[in-house]
Design a protein around this ligand. Sequence first.
Ligand code: HEM
Length: 307
Amino acid sequence: MDAFITAFVLRMFPTWMRSVIAPFLPARYRLKNHRAKAEQVLAAKIAKHQEARRRKERGEPVEEEDTLMDWMLDNGNEQETDLAEMSNRQLAMTLASVHTTSTNTASFLFELCAHPEFFPVLREEIEEVAKEAGKDAKVDIRRWHPQLEKMDSFLVECFRVHPPILLSPQRVALQDYTLRDGTFLPKGCRIAFANGEHQMDPAITPNPEVFDPMRAYRKRHSDPDQYDRNQAVLTDVNNNLTFGYGNQACPGRFLGVAEVKLLVARFITEFDFKYPEGKTVPRTLSADENVFFEPSATLLMRKRKVD
Ligand code: HEM
């Protein structure tokens, strides 16, 4: 949040003024503290990983968690694995992964409560998939979550109607470049796709104002060629720019989608949800291109009575 606040405030000023304003921002001061804290936490973890690596090299048996940070330490160069740099990267990763995944889980639950007829549909699908997966508690989520096709389709529609970022993907021209239509992009120019508008364009999505959770499901089953498309993890210039596009598309999207589906499956299996009296899908607020649900929005939840 402090990274967002710092960026929002600084962006209001011309570039040359930012270094003058920045020291007076409380959020930036807090950011410095977060970075110092991250370095403290990571220093211990990095030392532990290095020790484990040394022991492995000596052929000793080592029990170690297999984390992304360990992978980054083993594969990064000297500058990338420097403590301050690694701390920044881990914090950036936290920022990239947490706000987006939680916003999408929230939008799923908000839309589901606005369309409660889908509770039984999704619960039935979860039960079927769970039955097929068997009783093995350790069954790999990568095996079962793709089978939740209706839930996946619901999520695609949530992405369309509530994209967490309105301008995606975003790029910087590294050299002068002329697009095919003659538009000239000078070196350093920032460009972005208006994905929010694009996904609400009737030429791209018929009846875009209708929240139609089974859109992607119907498309997938309309033709064998379509089956592998129209999925939440797939970036598609016509259907889904939520995760950006091309070789810089979100590398965390497989994890992000699996997490949302895991959370929603668990939530709706164990709990009933509904809006407080008189409430419906909360309005979204945007700061620059970032979208947030109204922070005061709530849902009622209670443990389900299962016979
Ligand atoms: C549902 C959740 C998520 C959404 C909607 C989302 C969205 C995005 C978007 C729009 C981009 C920019 C892509 C582009 O420029 O083409 C991006 C990049 C990125 N995302 Fe995600 N993301 C999600 C989850 C995650 C998770 C769980 C992680 C990590 C565990 C993650 C890590 C990253 C990273 C590292 C980048 C930068 C990639 C690069 O610049 O090469 N994201 N994400």
